[in-house]
Write a protein that binds this ligand. Structure first.
Ligand code: 5AD
Ligand code: SF4
Length: 444
C-alpha cells in the first residue's frame, strides 16, 4: 500500500431483531463500502458503529440504549468514533435518540438506507444526520448491487416490506410503513448474483411476505420464477399471514421441489375473542383449515408459529383455547412472547394483565411447544434427510448444515461438503439440533 492510500475505515454493525435486519445490515455495509468502509467484528477497532435496532417489544428497544451507554466508553480512546442508530427504533424515536444519547451522530430509518453514504459524509464533516422519511425513491433501486465477495451457502433476500394488517399489538405498520413489494425481475437478478457468489439457499423475506405482489402470480409466481435460477437449490420464505396463503402458494408447497417443507405461519392466539381484539381478521378455525390444506399439499411440512400470551382481556379460558390450538396443529418449533405494550398501537390503551399471570402462561405454553419440538425432532431419528452443509463444526471432521425442515444437523463429512446438499441418516436428537451420518450415496 502506498503512503498516500488512506487505510480503510472500519465499520461495526450490531444487528438486533428479525432476519430482515440481518439483510439490511448486509446492504448497509455494502452501501458504506463505497465510502471506504470495511466491516470489522470488533467494536474496539471501529471508526463507525451502527446499531441496527428492533422495536417490536419493549425490551428490544431498551437494549439499544443500554448498549449505547456501554459503548460510549470507546470514545475516550477514539474521540472521532461515530455512532449511528438504524432500524425500527430509529424510525420510531428519531431525534429523541440523539437527545437521550448525545454520542449518536446518525439516525436513519429502514426506508432510507440508500442515503447512508451521504449521511456519513455529513457526519464526517462534524454534523448530525437524521432521516426517518418514507421517501418515494425505492431504497433497493438506489442501493448498490450485491457485493461479489464469496458468501456462505445461505442468504436472505428481502422481497417485500411493511405491513397493512395493523394487528392491534404491533408496531410494524408504523415503523416499516405500508406494504411495498420489489419487482420480480430485480429479485431474480439479485438471486442470480447471490448464486454466483456461492449461495445455494435463499430465504425470501417480508413482514408479510405472502402478500407479495411484485409478480403477477404473487409469491407463488416469484417462487416459480426463482425455481428456474440455475444453481439455486432451495427456497424458503418468511413471515406469512394466514389470510394470504392463497391456493397457488399452497399448491407450490406440494409441487415445487426447491421450496422447502417448512412454513412459519403465526397465529398469535387460539381464542376467537382474542384474535378479534388483536384485529387478526381470521379465526382459530379458519387458521386450522389453512393448515389442513397445506398439509394435504405437503404432508411432511414442518410448521412453526408465533404466539403472544397475556394480550389485554385474555382470560384463563382464552389461554386454554391457545393451548388447544397448539395441540391440534402440532408445531415443529415456535416462538412465544409475553405481550409487550407498544406506545401508539391500539392495544396499548387497554388494561394490562398482571405480570405473574403472563409469566405463568408463558411457561405453560413454552412447555407444550417444547414437548412438540422434542417429539418432532425425535421423529426424525432413523430418517434420511437432505442437509445443505454450511460450515465446520467444533469437533474435528464435523460439519453443520440445515435439513429441508430447517433442523440444524451435525454429521462427519469432508470439508468440501460446504455448499452441497447431502443425504444424512439421523441417529440422535439433541437439545436444538440433530446428529447423523452421511448416507452411502453422497449426492442426489
Ligand atoms: N408484544 C409481544 N409480542 C409481539 N409481537 C409483535 N408485537 C408484539 C408485542 N407488542 C410478536 C408477534 C409477531 C412476532 C414477530 O413478534 O408474535 O408475530
Ligand atoms: Fe405486525 Fe405481522 Fe400483524 Fe403485520 S401481520 S401487524 S407485521 S404481527
Amino acid at each position: 500500500m502506498s503512503d498516500r492510500t488512506p487505510a480503510p475505515k472500519k465499520l461495526y454493525i450490531k444487528t438486533y431483531g428479525c432476519q430482515m435486519n440481518v439483510y439490511d445490515s448486509e446492504r448497509m455495509a455494502e452501501a458504506l463500502g463505497g465510502n471506504g468502509y470495511v466491516e470489522t467484528k470488533s467494536p474496539e477497532d471501529a471508526d463507525m458503529i451502527l446499531l441496527n435496532t428492533c422495536h417490536i417489544r419493549e425490551k428490544a428497544a431498551e437494549k439499544v440504549y443500554s448498549e449505547l451507554g456501554r459503548m460510549k466508553a470507546l470514545k475516550i480512546d477514539k474521540p472521532d468514533l461515530k455512532f449511528g442508530v438504524t432500524g425500527c427504533v430509529a424510525q420510531a424515536e428519531g431525534e429523541e435518540i440523539m437527545r437521550r444519547q448525545p454520542i449518536v451522530d446518525l439516525v436513519v430509518g429502514p426506508q432510507s438506507y440508500h442515503r447512508l453514504p451521504a449521511m456519513d459524509d455529513a457526519v464526517q464533516a462534524g454534523k448530525k444526520a437524521l432521516d426517518t422519511d418514507f421517501p418515494d425513491d425505492d431504497k433497493f433501486d438506489t442501493l448498490k448491487r450485491r457485493s461479489k465477495a464469496k458468501r456462505g451457502p445461505t442468504a436472505f433476500l428481502t422481497v417485500q416490506e411493511g405491513c397493512d394488517k395493523f394487528c392491534a399489538f404491533c408496531v410494524v405498520p408504523y415503523t416499516r410503513g405500508s406494504e411495498v413489494s420489489r419487482p420480480a425481475d430485480r429479485i431474480i437478478r439479485e438471486a442470480q448474483e447471490l448464486v454466483e457468489t456461492g449461495v445455494r439457499e435463499i430465504t425470501l423475506l417480508g413482514q408479510n411476505v405472502n402478500a407479495y405482489h411484485g409478480h403477477d402470480g404473487g409469491l407463488a409466481g416469484l417462487i416459480w420464477a426463482l425455481d428456474k435460477v440455475d444453481g439455486l437449490e432451495r427456497i424458503r420464505f418468511t413471515t406469512s399471514h394466514p389470510n394470504d396463503m392463497d391456493d397457488a402458494l399452497i399448491e407450490a408447497h406440494g409441487t415445487c421441489s426447491k421450496l422447502m417443507p417448512y412454513l412459519h405461519l403465526p397465529v398469535q392466539a387460539g381464542s376467537d375473542k382474542i384474535l378479534k381484539a388483536m384485529n387478526r381478521k381470521h379465526t382459530a378455525e379458519s387458521y386450522i383449515r389453512v393448515i389442513e390444506r397445506i398439509r394435504a399439499a405437503r404432508p411432511d411440512i414442518l410448521l412453526s408459529g408465533d404466539f403472544i400470551v397475556g394480550f389485554p382481556g385474555e382470560t384463563d379460558q382464552d389461554f386454554e383455547d391457545t393451548l388447544s390450538l397448539i395441540r391440534e396443529v402440532h408445531y415443529g418449533q415456535a416462538y412465544s412472547f409475553k405481550y409487550s405494550t407498544r406506545p401508539g398501537t391500539p392495544a396499548a390503551e387497554k388494561p394490562q394483565l398482571p405480570e405473574d399471570v403472563m409469566n405463568e402462561r408463558l411457561q405453560r405454553l413454552q412447555g407444550l411447544l417444547r414437548e412438540q419440538q422434542v417429539q418432532t425432532q425425535e421423529s426424525m431419528v432413523g430418517r434420511e434427510v437432505s442437509v445443505l452443509f454450511e460450515k465446520a463444526g467444533r469437533e474435528a471432521g464435523q460439519m453443520i448444515g440445515k435439513s429441508e425442515y430447517l433442523h440444524a444437523v451435525f454429521a462427519e463429512a469432508p470439508l468440501d461438503s460446504i455448499g452441497k446438499v447431502r443425504k444424512v441418516r439421523i441417529t440422535r436428537s439433541e437439545t436444538n439440533s440433530l446428529a447423523g451420518n452421511l448416507s452411502k450415496s453422497p449426492q442426489f
